[in-house]
Structures are given as C-alpha cells and as structure tokens.
Write a protein that binds this ligand. Sequence first.
Ligand SMILES: [Zn+2]
Length: 232
Amino acid sequence: MHMLGRWVAQIYSHTSWVVGHIINGIYPSYCVECKVLVEADHVICVLCKKMIQPIATRTLVEGTHKISVYAASLYDGPLQKLVRQKNHGGMYSSMQLGRLVVELVDCERIAPDLLVPIPLHWRKKAKRGFNQAEIIGKAVAKKLSIPLVECIIRIKDTKPQHELTRLERIANLEGAFAINPKYQNTMSDLIKDKHITIIDDQVTSGATINAMARHFFKYKPARISVISACRK
Ligand SMILES: [Zn+2]
C-alpha cells in the first residue's frame, strides 16, 4: 500500500507538471535525445547538451569572396535527429532546432544585419507545410531583433544534393535561385554594405550556399556568412 501510494504521488506529480505546462501554454518538454523531462522551454537535457561538441567555423570560397559558416554541431546526434524530422511533418522539431541554434551559436558575435533563409521551392514547401531554414531563421531574428527577409526564391524544384554526383550537383543548382520579384527594386538598399547571413539547417558541400550567395554579390554586401544547425 505504501508503494502504491508513492506511485500515485509520482504519477500525480508528473501529470500535474504536464497539465500545469499546458495550462501555461508551454508544451511539455522532453529531451530530444534521451527523452527525460526537461525544464519548460528547454529542448535537451544538461547531460545530452554536454555531448554536443562545439565546432570550428568553416570557410566556403565563392570566386574572390569568403563565406564563413557557423554551425551548432556536426551532422550527428540530437541535431541530426531534429533536422531529419522535417521529412516527417516535424514542424515542432524545427522550432526546437531554432531554439538550439540560438543557444549554441554565438549569434551576437556574428552580428548580422539581415537574415535570409535558404528558400524551398513552393511545391516542396506546400507539401511539407513549412521551411525548416525559415523557422530557424525566425528564432535567430527574434533573438537579435533583426529582419528575416525572403528576398531570394527557389525557382527550380531541385533534387536533394546528396543523391547526386559532383557534376550533377552543379547542374542541379544551375538557375535554381532568383531574386524575389517583391524585392526587385529594393535589393540594393537591402544588401549594400550590410552583413547578410544565410540561414540553413544543414550545410554539406556548400554548393547550395554558394549558388545562393552569387545573387547577393552584385549588390556589394559588406559580408556574407551562414548560420546553420549542422554542417559536414
Ligand atoms: Zn537528454
């Protein structure tokens, strides 16, 4: 009876914790890696967070330009799990990813003026219901109080880069991006002398970033960088 009482008390305490959070409009949080209950608004427990190793900045080269890629982690562990959820309707996972990026990447030090998410083709976005890069971008924009602008659109429904050979990857990205007609007349004001940060969920070869960055250079930005959840 004593044991039963303790179980009931434990179940009650767990239930009231969850109910309390729902009442407060906060989704109950479980660690994305080991599933233990975590503090409201947290994505990952303290122990699993310690396993995410910070990684060095990677530099991409596009012509005479250098593009720094700042990522929260390598493409493994909890971040990889969250990135992959986008293929299974995981919008909540994308929001968690955004919170982790804000926590793990020193966005203040990178100090962008403007964020631009890697766009999805409208067909893919309609099918998936959201753009993971845009959701991560919203979290960064909120943290830094700077705008997130979809000034680049994807006009070609490209194949996933990882399914292709090196040459096929280049052809796949040919003509993939264009200036959003909505910003055609304001691109110069938006980009000139500004630090533009492209937001992505995973950077692999960097070819997608380079293809998108090419659209910015003619407007003479001060700098182009990338904030990504993971990278290879
Ligand atoms: Zn954990």
